[in-house]
Ligand binder design. Structure first.
Ligand code: SF4
Length: 376
């Protein structure tokens, strides 16, 4: 068995929507970014603290990502688990709690397995908890395929012993102040697994099915070089414009629908091509590598200060407050709100054009424009 499952739980949203992506991804290195490495460090620290709290022998891990912030969030994670445990103990005397439990769901997904950060089994409920340290994307538990795969793994382990009826899934994402829980009867979960998951997983494992671009592409290792995604983005370029020479409002609206995806994709292609040219000397037809613009900088700050002072310039240092984000990191959210909450204001944002699917409410444009100009 490979160290990483071909059909990973974390990639399920992607490979269930674009089934051939799982095999295509194998052609690319799994180079985890900084955020993923920081997430692993947070998991290890959280695991250690949870073991310590449950009086299980453990050794504190260290990493280059250690920070006050990580200490605080992992403490909160452990607190959350202990509260969950205390709550189920009110109902069941001896609940089962497992940390970093391997969860095998290969009866639905070929070679499929994953690791549940924490699983609590009490009476007829299996509760799978996933600690997410990332803050880029808010993750909901409802109908989340990754969580449902873990839940299937938990069922495989415990159903025969505990006669489980309900499966509960929680995403604990402290940096987004997000605790999202989803409960589903076991029968519904198994129905989904048999009728939706299994057929998709079989296609995905073979590398069959249709390439289907969507918001899941952003987590695909093939995303930059994927032709299906390129074709999707070029659809707008092939748009058949009527009524020359000027674009109609409808045509502009149609283009607007694609602008965000197009910009993101174009930036990724540019970054990929630049990296290949600069790092590996790759030649792109019609392009060359030149020296970019740069800013002047001091060669020796101490010498600069001395020379300036000697010449009679005293006021050469500036002191500035930490940014709100850094101040909040320093103090922690609670202390920050206690001490500085009254001094924080959030100006109105600049009126922004977004698709109607965006969750923010529509604003009255004439009032908003005046308010924004006044604040400026
Ligand atoms: S980039 Fe998108 S369309 Fe292409 S393989 Fe990956 S998920 Fe599928």
């Amino acid at each position: 068995m490979t160290k990483h499952a071909i059909l990973s739980a974390s990639g399920a949203h992607r490979w269930m929507n674009c089934t051939p992506s799982a095999r295509l991804e194998l052609e690319f290195d799994d180079s985890s970014g900084e955020a993923a490495k920081e997430g692993t460090a947070a998991h290890e620290l959280g695991e250690h603290k949870l073991r310590e709290a449950l009086k299980i022998p453990t050794k504190k891990p260290t990493s280059i990502y250690d920070s006050e912030e990580m200490e605080r969030y992992t403490d909160e994670y452990v607190q959350f688990i202990l509260e969950e445990l205390a709550a189920v103990k009110q109902i069941t005397k001896d609940p089962l709690l497992l940390i970093e439990q391997r969860l095998d769901f290969s009866n639905y997904v070929p070679e499929g397995f994953g690791t549940g950060d924490c699983v609590i089994v009490a009476d007829d409920v299996a509760h799978v908890i996933d600690f997410k340290y990332g803050q880029g994307v808010l993750v909901e538990a409802e109908n989340n395929p990754q969580m449902m795969l873990y839940a299937l793994g938990a069922l495989n382990l415990f159903d025969a012993i505990y006669d489980i009826n309900v499966v509960k899934m929680t995403i604990y994402q402290p940096r987004r102040e997000n605790i999202s829980t989803f409960e589903i009867p076991k029968t519904n979960l198994i129905d989904w697994a048999e009728n939706t998951l299994k057929p998709k997983a079989e296609l995905a494992f073979k590398g069959d099915g249709e390439y289907k671009p969507g918001d899941w592409c952003r987590f695909c290792r093939a995303s930059v070089e994927c032709k299906a995604r390129a074709e999707e983005n070029f659809k707008v370029a092939k748009f058949e414009f009527k009524n020359p020479p000027l674009l109609t409002d409808d045509e502009i609206a149609e283009i607007l629908l694609h602008v965000n995806d197009l910009t993101k994709w174009a930036n990724e292609i540019f970054a990929y091509a630049t990296n290949a040219a600069v790092q590996q000397g790759k030649q792109w037809k019609g392009f060359k590598v030149v020296e970019g613009r740069s800013n002047r900088k001091y060669t020796d700050e101490e010498a600069v200060a001395e020379a300036a002072k000697k010449a009679g310039y005293e006021d050469i240092y500036k002191q500035s407050l930490l940014t709100i984000t850094n101040m909040e990191k320093l103090m922690g959210k609670k202390k920050f709100n206690e001490l500085l909450g009254d001094f924080i204001t959030k100006p109105k944002g600049k009126p922004t054009l977004v698709p109607v699917s965006d969750k923010r409410p529509e604003i009255n444009i004439s009032t908003a424009k005046n308010e924004f100009m006044e604040e400026k």
